[in-house]
Design a protein around this ligand. Structure first.
Ligand code: FAD
Ligand code: NAD
Length: 471
């Protein structure tokens, strides 16, 4: 087979690239081991985790409803049905991507690719047999896999990575979550809501090390109520499979007062992901892999091998689906001869906990570490009419401005639905909006979006619902 563009890996980076290439009239092949495109995000990442979090949020709301005079009683959880629902969501989406590939006349090859030379790959098909493809350009979109350091490696089904945890084997009485990052907090809160006593162990002094502390503090308050224990500045030293559970020993702040050794029914290891750059045959090209395992690309997603591009988790952080898709589209535009580059000013990050936490652009911590002068305006959700109607005052909207130009440089949010609200922040940063632009844009009432407008009003000391005495 001879083709213009071959895409290796069918995740949100790879399939977005393949679909755009076909839309631009190029002949395209897409290779992935799964039956349909979707990758980690759809099969064992974003989508199944958000499905379970949706159900967890329903449980939390229904329990909380007694405070509003509505009593549902203790919910009965049918784990098999919940698992089926989650699987059906994945099936629906991946059948959709499969259909979309078909109608675009993309050659979808279910199998595993090996690079033979800078213009040829061989696909070992899942159904048996091999196919050799000659190509003008290849896009490597092989994603990432869970990183499990040797001290946390234990060949026992009770020690899970995120994929195993999403299978929802049972609701263990006790669960240790190693890592207080995205996956640890999202999946940890699913299990905690379903009834597990969850201990989170995080080696740094705080949860979600990349986010601003004032946002994390509000989330941490809730996490401390939902989880049994959060151990900060603490590490797992060793894990042993015992008859009664996984025997874990800790060191650090959380290892005091007889807590050094504990036994858990299950353990979820979520300490980061590593790029999947060990692509067979990559050494037959000039593609360079850096010391952290990421494929090196320029802002046009070109590797050192002129015919080969790379995108998504395999080229660097943040390892997020929307970043992968955007890079995929850039790579295709460059291949198609357009003058494109990846030059996003703001990549949104959302942690789908309860409350959600989201940020984009410059964080206050980054500004401080760079010594960059910024103005920060915050609007606490206790002053938001909408937040009060839904009984969710545990939120904060924060805008970071350039003090001279008054341009929005960063946005941080914590609160119910923060993940939806952050999109306005991305648009504001990309469009070079100023505090005045946000202040003068009429936001609908009563909505949480008003907190964006009112934060801008706070910047001028003129917020309707926040009184600041004149200086
Ligand atoms: P991937 O989605 O990793 O896909 C790579 C594909 O390439 C895989 O299917 C792999 O099998 C295939 N492949 C590898 N090698 C070969 C080869 N040699 N030949 C053929 N195929 C190959 N991100 C978000 O933005 N939002 C979220 O809510 C979110 N939630 C997540 C929850 C979990 C539990 C996890 C684990 C991740 C989550 N992520 C989330 C991260 C997101 O899944 C990744 O950033 C995203 O999937 C990266 O896309 P990608 O296209 O780079 O690669
Ligand atoms: P992470 O980088 O988000 O968090 C890992 C955490 O583990 C960090 O806080 C780190 O300090 C801690 N840690 C590392 N080693 C440790 C150890 N030995 N003991 C205790 N703590 C340790 O990684 P993750 O949660 O595994 O998620 C991987 C990536 O997947 C994320 O960074 C993100 O890019 C992506 N993801 C995104 C979403 C989302 O967008 N909502 C959800 C899940 C995953």
């Amino acid at each position: 087979m001879s083709i213009q563009v071959v895409v290796v890996g069918g995740g949100p980076g790879g399939y977005a690239a393949a679909f755009l290439a076909a839309d631009l009239g190029l002949s395209v092949a897409l290779v992935d081991p799964e039956v349909n495109p979707g990758g980690v995000c759809v099969y064992r990442g974003c989508i199944p985790s958000k499905t379970l979090l949706h159900v967890a949020n329903l449980l939390t709301e229904s329990r909380h409803a007694s405070a509003w005079g509505v009593e549902f009683g203790e919910p009965k959880i049918d784990l098999a049905k919940l698992r089926d629902f989650k699987n059906s969501v994945v099936k629906r989406l991946t059948s959709g991507t499969g259909q979309l590939a078909k109608v675009r006349k993309i050659q979808y090859l279910q199998g595993f690719a090996e690079i033979l030379d800078p213009h040829t790959i061989k696909v070992k098909k899942t159904a048996g047999g091999e196919e050799t493809i000659r190509f003008d350009h290849a896009i490597l979109a092989t994603g990432s896999v869970p990183a499990i350091p040797p001290s946390l490696k234990l060949d026992d089904p009770r020690v899970m990575d995120s994929t195993a945890a999403l299978d929802l084997p049972d609701v263990p009485k006790s669960l240790l979550v190693v890592g207080g990052g995205y996956i640890g907090l999202e999946l940890g809160s699913v299990y905690a809501t379903l009834g597990s006593a969850v201990t989170v162990v995080e080696m740094t002094p705080g949860l979600l090390p990349g986010a601003d502390r004032d946002l994390v503090d509000i989330l941490a308050k809730r996490v401390n109520q939902t989880m049994k224990t959060v151990l900060l500045n603490t590490r797992v030293v060793s894990m042993k499979a015992g008859a009664g559970g996984i025997e874990v020993s800790f060191e650090g702040d959380g290892a005091k007062d007889g807590a050094r050794e504990q036994t858990f029914d299950r353990v979820l290891v979520a300490v980061g992901r590593r790029p999947n750059s060990k692509i067979p045959g990559l050494e037959r090209t000039r593609v360079v892999v850096n010391e952290r395992g990421f494929i090196v690309v320029d802002e046009q997603m070109r590797t050192e091998e002129p015919s080969i591009f790379a995108i998504g988790d395999v080229v660097g952080e943040p390892m997020l689906a929307h970043k992968a898709s955007h890079e995929g589209r850039v790579a295709v535009e460059v291949i198609a001869g357009e003058n494109a580059a990846f030059e996003a000013r703001a990549i949104p990050a959302v942690v789908f906990t309860d409350p959600e936490i989201a940020w984009c652009g410059l964080t206050e911590a980054q500004a401080n570490s760079k010594g960059r002068k910024v103005s920060v305006a915050k609007f606490p959700w206790g002053a938001s009419g909408r937040a009060i109607t839904i009984d969710r005052m545990d939120g904060l909207t924060k805008l970071i401005f350039d003090p001279d130009t008054e341009r929005v440089l960063g946005v941080g949010l914590v609160g119910a639905g923060a993940g939806e609200l952050i999109a306005e922040g991305v648009l504001a940063i990309e469009m070079g909006a100023t505090a005045t632009d946000l202040k003068l844009s009429i936001h609908p009432h009563p909505t949480l979006t008003e907190t964006m407008m009112e934060s801008a009003e706070v910047f001028f000391g003129q917020a309707t619902h926040v009184f600041r005495p004149r200086r």
